[in-house]
Write a protein that binds this ligand. Structure first.
Ligand code: ADP
Length: 543
């Protein structure tokens, strides 16, 4: 028997309408590419989003049309998120750190009809202009006064909005209508597109609000360092307006000093981003001898947060929430705030738990399986391939049947490519991406576990452990270390530290010092690049 309740389709536009009415004064503060700081509110943003929606329609955009963005975190990018999806078109965010070839590939694969770009990216488009699809309309996200001379035909964002009606009746369509498109960074092969729906996006925002009630609250100020141009800034553009939290957008400057100053000036309560960003902020905090005013919470994800980083923040009184997810999961899968009954544990025990990747949020099911696909127990010991299922997890890739078939198992679960264990309390522990695991003599060595120990050495600023080919063992671990300025960590000391936690055969065969580690387009350490760089490295014992 079916129930008798209304079926109102979930729509992204309703989030902003709600925020404008219920949380009208919550702020959106943006460091602009024009060089100044811009302030607005959800109430003031809504009419501009309506104007933008009318402008998009005037350009012929409607249901299913792909409209691309190439932009930093700022209010105009947020307006695009809502206006594009609001009219039933698809907001395709492009990661500017992709290579030009990858960028051209995804613009073509997505079939983009318009591309909105920040001033910063005008030179990039100048270079690519002859290779862009004919008919792709380009819009520079600025006002008339700042409009640059471009060697390509370009519209001006604020001109488009000018004179358009400031109210709109958002159209109704099926809640499974595509709303957003984000390509994975494609470290191997071509990028693959995750196509979000209105339903998945609204549900994800709701579950994020439920799962992270500490930062997502009216009056609290959140800094998404995680970009709007990738993985939906972890869902914040939707979850923050929904819950009434204010958004502080950092624009292009993401170094420690710029972040510190912005957080300090804007009293940011919670900041979200990948570990590499927090290394910069922590260095700045140490130099200044204090934390930014009002800073109380940090959400770290995208790659494993080292235990030493978690300890550093917690010792400053900043709560660390270690989260895990991926583009294909909208992206948040787990969050690591401890339940109340664990709050009284010793610092050591809390750090051990927080070094894990947290527990699933509502709407995400997790399973780990062995190589034959058999489910493994959630006992904190058994480790296997991690699969996920849920309301905001992709069922396939955009126009890519081959990759779609490979990603989903017979029971309809999505294969994450991660190797993990899950303990009896539900804490997920990511051992590695399957492709980053080191397979030595038929045994696995977790690079994340080794890095965690090395990062605690005071002379180490950053590090990565990678597999290098070995005649006898197949692969052996190599430790690549970035020393703190002016320091050179003692090799034996590092080995002794590791020796306290690992068996001899798990220890790196060699240590190399470098000035910096290569990063991926999403700001994570690129182990693929490192493996290529050190493919011919001669390990001492290999003779
Ligand atoms: P990209 O592949 O472009 O970097 P994603 O953000 O989708 O983009 O990457 C998802 C992957 O990042 C996960 O499958 C996992 O391997 C890794 N990851 C994300 N969060 C964590 C975390 N907290 N700890 C360890 N690995 C993580």
């Amino acid at each position: 028997m079916k129930g008798l309740m209304m079926h109102r389709p979930l729509r992204i536009a309703d989030i902003l309408s709600y925020a404008a009415e219920i949380h009208p004064a919550a702020e959106v503060v943006s460091v602009r590419t024009e060089g100044d700081v811009h302030r607005t509110t959800y109430a003031a943003l809504a009419p501009r989003v309506a104007q933008l929606a009318h402008a998009l329609r005037a350009q012929g955009m409607g249901l299913g049309d792909r409209v691309a963005t190439l932009a930093w975190n700022g209010y105009r990018h947020l307006e695009l998120y809502y206006a594009i999806s609001g009219i039933g078109a698809v907001c395709h965010t492009i990661n500017p750190r992709l290579s030009p070839e990858q960028m051209l590939y995804i613009i073509g694969h997505a079939g983009d009809r318009m591309l909105f770009l920040d001033l910063t990216f005008v030179p990039l488009i100048e270079k690519l202009k002859d290779h862009l699809p004919a008919g792709l309309r380009l819009v520079v996200m600025t006002d008339r006064a700042h409009m640059p001379d471009t060697g390509f035909d370009a519209l001006c964002y604020e001109d488009l909005l000018d004179g358009q009606p400031a109210a709109i009746d958002w159209p109704e369509f099926d809640e499974d209508t595509a709303a957003g498109l984000c390509y994975t960074s494609g470290t191997t092969g071509n990028p693959k597109g995750t196509l979000y729906t209105h339903r998945s996006t609204v549900l994800h925002a709701m579950m994020l609000g439920l799962s992270l009630p500490a930062p997502l609250q009216p009056g609290l100020r959140i800094l998404p360092v995680v970009p709007l141009f990738h993985v939906n800034a972890w869902g914040l553009p939707y979850a923050a307006p929904l819950t009434g939290a204010s958004l502080i957008f950092p624009g292009p400057a993401l170094d420690g000093a710029s972040l510190f100053n912005l957080m300090d000036a804007e009293h940011v309560f919670s900041a979200w981003g990948v570990p590499t960003v927090w290394l910069g902020l922590l260095a700045e905090i140490r130099q200044k001898g204090r934390i930014p005013k009002g800073f109380a919470d940090v959400v770290v994800g995208g790659s494993a947060a080292p235990r030493s980083m978690i300890a550093a923040f917690e010792e400053m009184g900043v709560n660390v929430c270690h989260a895990w997810g991926m583009t294909e999961m909208s992206p948040v899968g787990t969050q690591g705030n401890l339940p109340p009954h664990m709050a009284g544990l010793s610092l050591d025990d809390r750090l051990a738990l927080k070094s894990k990747q947290g527990r699933r949020v509502f709407g995400v099911d997790l399973k780990i399986v062995d190589e034959a696909g058999n489910r493994l127990p959630h006992d904190g010991i058994a480790a296997g391939q991690l699969y996920v299922r849920g309301n905001a997890i992709c069922s396939g890739y955009f126009e890519n049947p081959e990759a779609s078939a490979a990603a989903i198992d017979a029971a309809g679960w999505f294969g994450t490519g991660d190797i993990a264990s899950i303990d009896a309390d539900g804490f997920l522990s990511i051992q590695d991406r399957a492709k980053d695991l080191i397979k030595s003599g038929g045994e696995w060595i977790s690079s994340i576990d080794l890095e965690n120990v090395v990062m605690a050495h005071p002379d180490v600023a950053n590090c990565a452990v990678i597999a290098v080919p070995h005649v006898k063992w197949g692969e052996r671990p190599l430790l690549v270390v970035v020393p703190e300025p002016g320091k050179s960590p003692d090799r034996q000391e590092l080995m002794d530290m590791l020796g306290q936690h690992f068996a001899r055969w798990q220890l790196p065969d060699d240590v190399v010092e470098v000035d910096s580690l290569p990063l991926t387009a999403t700001g994570k350490v690129s182990k693929l690049t490192l493996r290529q760089q050190y493919a011919d490295h001669r390990l001492p014992e290999a003779g």
